[in-house]
Design a protein around this ligand. Structure first.
Ligand SMILES: Cc1cc2nc3c(=O)[nH]c(=O)nc-3n(C[C@H](O)[C@H](O)[C@H](O)COP(=O)(O)O)c2cc1C
Length: 187
C-alpha cells in the first residue's frame, strides 16, 4: 500500500481522458478538498463551474463564440477545432477567482488561493484514481469568455481542469532534483 507522501508525489497530468466521468460522490469529495484551499481573510474568492454530459457541447459553443468575437477573421476549421476542445475529457471544471476588495488581501493572494484550490482538485482526483490535467490557453484569457459564462466583472478564469478516466499508460514521472530549488538555512 502506498503512503500518502508516495501518492502525493506520484501525481502526473494525463492528456487522454475518456468516459466514465467522475461520479457525483467523487466530485463532491474533490470539491470538499478544493474548498479547503488556503484563503487569507476567508474571502472564498473562488468559483467552480462543472461541465459534463451534453453541457460540454454547450461549453464548446461558448469557446467558439468567444474566439470568433476575439478574432472575427478566424476561419471555420479553426473554430471547429476550438469548439471540439471541450470534448477532450468527460468533465471540465472551470476554476475562476472573483477578486474582492480587502485592505489586507491583494488581488495576487486571491489568485494564489484559487490556484491552490485548482491544485487541490488535481490531488483529490489523483487520490481517487481519476485522471486530470490543468489547462489554460488563450480561452482562459479571452475577455469574451466573461459574457459567454455569465462571469462577474471582477472574475477571471484561472484554469480549465480536465477530468476523466485515464486512457493509455501514465507518463513516466521525471524526478526533479532539489538542486537550486531548495535552499536550507539552519545555522
Ligand atoms: C496554470 C497552468 C496552466 C497550464 N496550461 C496548460 C495548457 O494550456 N496546456 C498544456 O499542455 N499544459 C498546461 N499546463 C501544464 C500541465 O497542466 C502539466 O502540469 C504539465 O504538462 C506537466 O505535467 P505534470 O503535471 O504531469 O508534471 C498548465 C499548468 C499550469 C500550472
Amino acid at each position: 500500500m502506498s503512503t500518502p507522501i508516495e501518492i502525493l508525489s506520484s501525481r502526473v497530468s494525463h492528456r487522454k481522458l475518456v468516459a466514465p466521468a467522475p461520479s457525483k460522490e467523487q466530485v463532491d469529495a474533490i470539491m470538499a478538498v478544493a474548498l479547503r484551499a488556503p484563503d487569507h481573510a476567508l474571502l472564498r474568492p473562488w468559483r467552480f463551474r462543472i461541465y459534463t454530459g451534453d453541457a460540454l457541447k454547450r461549453l464548446g459553443k461558448h469557446f467558439a463564440a468567444a474566439s470568433a468575437n476575439a478574432d472575427p477573421s478566424i476561419d471555420t476549421d479553426k473554430l471547429a477545432k476550438i469548439e471540439a476542445k471541450s470534448l477532450r475529457a468527460p468533465m471540465i471544471i472551470i476554476v475562476s477567482v472573483i477578486v474582492k476588495e480587502h485592505k489586507k488581501v491583494p488581488e495576487i493572494e486571491q489568485f494564489l488561493s484559487a490556484g491552490a484550490s485548482a491544485q487541490n482538485i488535481l490531488m483529490a482526483a489523483h487520490f481517487q484514481g481519476i485522471g486530470a490535467m490543468w489547462r489554460t490557453g488563450s480561452l482562459c484569457f479571452n475577455p469574451f469568455m466573461k459574457k459567454e459564462l455569465d462571469m462577474e466583472e471582477n472574475e477571471s478564469i484561472i484554469g480549465f481542469i480536465y477530468l476523466g478516466t485515464e486512457e493509455g499508460d501514465k507518463r513516466p514521472i521525471k524526478a526533479v532534483e532539489q538542486g537550486d530549488h531548495v535552499v536550507w538555512y539552519k545555522d
